[in-house]
Each structure stands twice: as structure tokens, then as C-alpha cells.
Design a protein. Structure first.
Lengths: 328, 261
């Protein structure tokens, strides 16, 4: 542990926090190597935001050894603050002043010279597609624009470590994809990103390493691939409209999982072309004709449901509801 | 950068932000000016003759002279309500969370509010003072030194009440709650010697009227501008100002340094 500490941008050991008698974080361990994207994934109320608030020096932990940017949070919070940037779930922009004034305020607080401040502000406003709205009060911005301004403000100080607390919650699909592009750009520049999200596809898209937080503890962690291996493999799903056809298929196939209410059968399968062909041959041989055939490969949804008991996950954006492949 | 120059630089940045808010949205400050100006006109033009007889004056102009120092102090009590409201509003905004996670001087957020509010108080006092002069108020015998002392007293009083108002703003969950809890600051002058001399009030009430912060400050200002007897009022006023400043400062910074929810 001691040999790797200096390469870790963020590390936490035994992080614990309770509000009154409600334990929010129950002794979690985190290790984020510099220059990577770490995603803390969890349902609402899992403790994600609390973790970000603690690691970004906003609130103090009850227990735990915490280091961010090489500095001990308990000893030198101000040095941690100098290394980080935070974009929270609720936009941290000053709505009463314009976008440009918000940027210049940040430049002043980072002690940039007037000239340098104006240059950085203009550059970031341009990069985040806010130049046209720069002279309008931030309170008139749309949700996506506010989030972009928020992130642009965070970047004024050129932080090495960025905390993004649910950066795309409440954004429309286009704004989400824009935000993803921005985050990828940051990472390619060497910035360490600590991302919380309740969207599985977002963690899958962006993160090198994912920790699933549930009820204040880390339920599992690893890369997206590693997490997917935690749940049973994929399957082919056959759906019938005619109950008789369904019953005869179910009898003929035997080695399947039945769902009598939906009139559908699940056949275990990894989803490769070869496996698929043999299943089709088998169905032909048994003279079974399903009305719909879909192939499911395990995704983080399955992992998430398996780990968290499922019930608490909010509705996912429609694009993740689509099966990976569709054969008719 | 040394910690002092960091403090000064960040505080002046926060002050600029505060004044920008005030300039962009002047309605709050201007609304708060309405009460003292309305009371001034009401008591001079509607009640003026009766009030004048009450203080043993000849006509309305005597009462103007008596009333104006109290109205000026009341203007401060009103203007700082704006500070309570804007602090409470600010604390509910995400931007404060951002400031807390930045390597800036921690006190600068509050210092920006306080200095901004004192500047607004002074500007308000000058505006209300101009109205008073327009309806006939004149300082009878103030020397330049007395003018300076009067100005210093008004500024010190503004500082003291601003810190208290900032503490109230910090302790309030919302802007509405802040406006309510700061309301006594503009009502307190009604039970001071602002409108009628404290010794004309019922005996049991006189100690309250006499020793609350407004009366000694008003009496001192009256003495400086109109040459009335100041007596021990000046140091009671200064003691109040210093005490309230320390109290408000402690209260505000303690709430600011507490973990946010």
C-alpha cells in the first residue's frame, strides 16, 4: 500500500460517515490511480454524493484515512482544494450574474491576472459552446447549459483531479452525449476523474474502474468487463404469442428457463454467431417457430440488479432498454 | 502569496460579486429604503405639528431636526435586512459549496457580504439624508470634526448591525425566514428615542428604550449634528457597536465553518 500511495490520486480507507443514527457510508475503501476515470455507481441514496462531499473537503468524515492529490484531508484540506475541481449534482453557478462574469469570478479566485483570466474565460466559454450566451444571466440558462457552465467554471483552475457528481442527471440524451465527450477529452489530457452516476451505461462508457455502492458499502468493484463476469452469462429469449406453440416448445426444449406469463423461454447462450446458428438449427429440427427471438448479453444492468437486489434502481434511459441485438 | 494578501484579494473579489448583485438587482435595497423615507414624510407632514408640540418645539421644522438622526439610524436597521436576505439566499445556492471546495480565504465570502452591506448602508444613509435636507433638515452647528465623527458613528453602527444580520441570514433556512428574523432590526427604532424622547415614555419602559442600541447611537448623532447634550451616550453607543460586531462575527463565522448539510 505504502509503495503505491504516491501514484494514487484519491485513496480512502475505512471511510465512514453517519448523520445522526443513519449510517451513510459504512467503512468504504477506494483507490483511484492518477489519470484514470473512476466511477462510483449506485442507486439514489446509496451515499454517492456524501462520498464526493467528503473527498472534496465539503464535509468532514467521521472516520477513515483519506488522501486526495497526495495530501491528507484531515491535515491539509487547503492543499487538497488547490488540486481539485468539483462539479456537483446541483449546479454551482451564480444565477444572478452572467456566464462570463461567473467565469471571471473563478479566474479572480484562482488569482489569475486580468488578462490571463479573460483569455481563459473566453477560451472555455468557446469550448463549451457558451460564447453566444456569455452575456446573459446564468439563471436564464437551460439545464444542459448550466451544467456546461458549471464544468467550465471548475476547469478555470486547471485542476488535476475532478469530481463529477452525477454530471448528466436530468440532461436530455444529446446533452448527455456532449457531456460524455467533454469528460473523455478531460481524461485524454491526463486529468483524474471521480464520477458518480446512477446510469450504468455511463459508467460502462467512461470508467476504467467501477465501484458499486449500495447502502453505504461497496458491493463490488472492478472494470466493466470484470463486473459483467460476476453475473451468469447471456441468453437467447424466445417469445410466443400462441400459448399452444409456447407449451409445445417448452416441452420440446426442456433445458430452458420458462416464463409462463410472458410466454417466453430463455436458452443459455454466450451470443456468438456459432452458438446462435446451432440454436436456430435446433429450433428448426424441433419444428419450433417463435414469434420473436432476442439475444441478451449480460450488461451492467444485470450486474446492478444482481448486486443491489434490483428494486431500487431508477428507470434507465430508453437506449439501455434496447437489447444488444435483434433477430426476427 | 501571503495569507493576508490572499485574504484581501479574495475578499475584494467577493465584494465585487456582492456589489454586482446589488447593482444588477437594486430592487431589494430600494424597497428597504421605502420604510424610513415613508416614516420621515409621515411624521413630518402628517403628524409633524402635534409631534413638535410634544417635544416643546414651535413648529414642524423643530420636529424635523429631532426626527432625522433617528431616521438615519433606522435606515441602517432597514438596509441590513437586505444583507440577511442575500446571505440566506446565497447559502442555499450551489455556488457557496463551490467556494468551500476552492483554495480561497475561507472568510472572504462573509467579508464580501459585510463590506458590501456597509457600503450599501452608507449609500442609503446619504440618500435618506438628501431627502431630509430637501424637506428642510439642517445641521445647526456641526464642525468638520463633528461631521467626521457622525460619519464614523454611522459606519460603525452599519458594521455592527450588518454582522448581526449576516448571523441571522446564516441561521435562516430560507430568504423568507431571514427577512422575518431580521425584521426587528427596523422595528427597534420605534421603541427608541428616534420619534419621541425616551423620558416621555412610561416609567417601566424607559430603561428598555434608553439602553437599547439605537437610543445611545441616535442621541450621539443628534449631539454631533445639532449640538444637543451627548453625555455618556457616546461610549454606550460605541460599546454596543463593538459588542454587536464581535457577537455577530463569532456567530456568523461559527455557522459558516460548520459542515453544510
Amino acid at each position: 500500500m505504502t509503495t503505491t500511495t504516491h501514484e494514487l490520486a484519491i485513496s480512502a480507507t475505512g471511510l465512514r460517515k453517519a448523520y445522526g443514527d443513519k449510517t451513510v457510508l459504512d467503512g468504504i475503501d477506494l483507490a483511484v490511480p492518477a489519470g484514470t476515470v473512476f466511477s462510483l455507481l449506485g442507486p439514489n441514496g446509496a451515499g454517492k454524493t456524501t462520498a464526493v462531499k467528503i473527498l472534496s473537503t465539503l464535509v468532514t468524515a467521521d472516520a477513515g484515512e483519506l488522501r486526495v492529490g497526495g495530501h491528507d484531508l484531515a491535515v491539509d484540506a487547503q492543499a487538497v482544494r488547490a488540486a481539485i475541481g468539483v462539479t456537483g449534482q446541483f449546479s454551482a453557478v451564480d444565477g444572478l450574474i452572467t456566464g462570463e462574469e461567473n467565469m471571471l469570478l473563478m479566474a479572480d479566485l484562482h488569482h489569475l491576472s486580468k488578462q490571463e483570466g479573460r483569455r481563459v474565460a473566453a477560451e472555455l466559454l468557446e469550448r463549451f459552446d457558451l460564447s453566444d450566451a456569455a452575456k446573459k444571466p446564468a439563471s436564464t440558462y437551460s439545464g444542459g447549459m448550466k451544467r456546461r457552465l458549471d464544468l467550465a467554471m471548475t476547469l478555470v483552475g486547471d485542476p488535476r483531479i475532478i469530481f463529477l457528481d452525477e454530471p448528466t442527471t436530468g440532461l436530455d440524451p444529446r446533452s448527455r452525449h456532449n457531456m460524455w465527450g467533454i469528460i473523455r477529452e478531460l481524461v485524454s489530457g491526463g486529468t483524474t476523474v471521480f464520477l458518480t452516476t446512477q446510469y450504468l451505461d455511463e459508467a460502462d462508457e467512461l470508467a476504467d474502474h467501477i465501484a458499486v455502492l449500495n447502502d453505504g458499502t461497496i458491493a463490488a468493484e472492478g472494470s466493466a468487463e470484470e463486473l459483467k463476469r460476476l453475473v451468469p452469462g447471456g441468453h437467447v429469449r424466445l417469445r410466443f404469442t400462441d400459448p399452444d406453440a409456447y407449451r409445445s416448445a417448452a416441452t420440446a426444449l426442456r433445458e430452458v428457463t420458462r416464463d409462463d406469463e410472458a410466454l417466453s423461454l430463455q436458452i443459455p447462450s454466450g451470443g456468438s454467431q456459432r452458438e446462435l446458428r446451432s440454436i436456430l438449427d435446433w429450433l428448426d429440427a424441433a419444428d419450433i417457430e417463435a414469434d420473436e427471438l432476442t439475444v441478451h448479453t449480460p450488461d451492467l444492468d444485470d450486474v446492478f440488479f444482481a448486486l443491489t437486489g434490483g428494486a431500487k434502481v431508477p428507470h434507465q434511459p430508453s437506449e439501455t432498454d434496447q437489447p444488444k441485438e435483434n433477430v426476427r | 502569496m501571503s495569507s493576508l494578501s490572499l485574504a484581501v484579494r479574495d475578499s475584494s473579489t467577493m465584494l465585487r460579486r456582492n456589489l454586482l448583485h446589488a447593482r444588477r438587482y437594486p430592487s431589494l435595497t430600494l424597497n428597504l429604503l421605502l420604510t424610513p423615507i415613508m416614516l420621515l414624510l409621515l411624521f413630518v407632514y402628517i403628524f409633524g405639528d402635534v409631534m413638535s408640540t410634544g417635544i416643546g418645539g414651535a413648529d414642524r421644522s423643530d420636529y424635523i431636526a429631532y426626527l432625522v438622526p433617528g431616521i438615519l439610524m433606522m435606515t441602517i436597521g432597514g438596509t441590513v435586512i437586505g444583507a440577511a436576505v442575500s446571505v440566506a439566499t446565497d447559502m442555499n445556492e450551489g455556488i457557496i459549496a463551490r467556494f468551500r471546495t476552492m483554495a480561497i480565504h475561507r472568510g472572504s465570502v462573509l467579508v464580501g457580504h459585510v463590506v458590501g452591506s456597509v457600503i450599501q448602508c452608507v449609500a442609503s444613509v446619504i440618500l435618506v439624508g438628501a431627502v431630509a435636507v430637501a424637506i428642510g433638515f439642517r445641521s445647526t452647528d456641526a464642525t468638520p470634526l463633528e461631521w467626521l465623527a457622525a460619519f464614523g458613528l454611522l459606519a460603525l453602527f452599519s458594521l455592527a448591525f450588518t454582522w448581526i444580520a449576516v448571523g441571522m441570514g446564516m441561521a435562516s433556512p430560507s430568504a423568507e425566514a431571514a427577512a422575518n428574523s431580521a425584521q426587528p432590526l427596523i422595528l427597534l427604532p420605534l421603541i427608541s428615542s428616534a420619534f419621541i424622547p425616551a423620558d416621555t415614555m412610561p416609567g417601566w419602559f424607559q430603561p428598555i428604550a434608553e439602553y437599547q442600541p439605537f437610543t445611545p447611537a441616535i442621541e450621539t448623532l443628534r449631539g454631533l449634528l445639532l449640538g444637543t447634550e451627548i453625555g455618556n451616550n457616546w461610549w454606550i453607543a460605541i460599546a454596543w457597536c463593538v459588542g454587536l460586531t464581535v457577537l455577530g462575527y463569532r456567530w456568523s463565522t461559527a455557522s459558516f465553518n460548520r459542515d453544510p448539510k
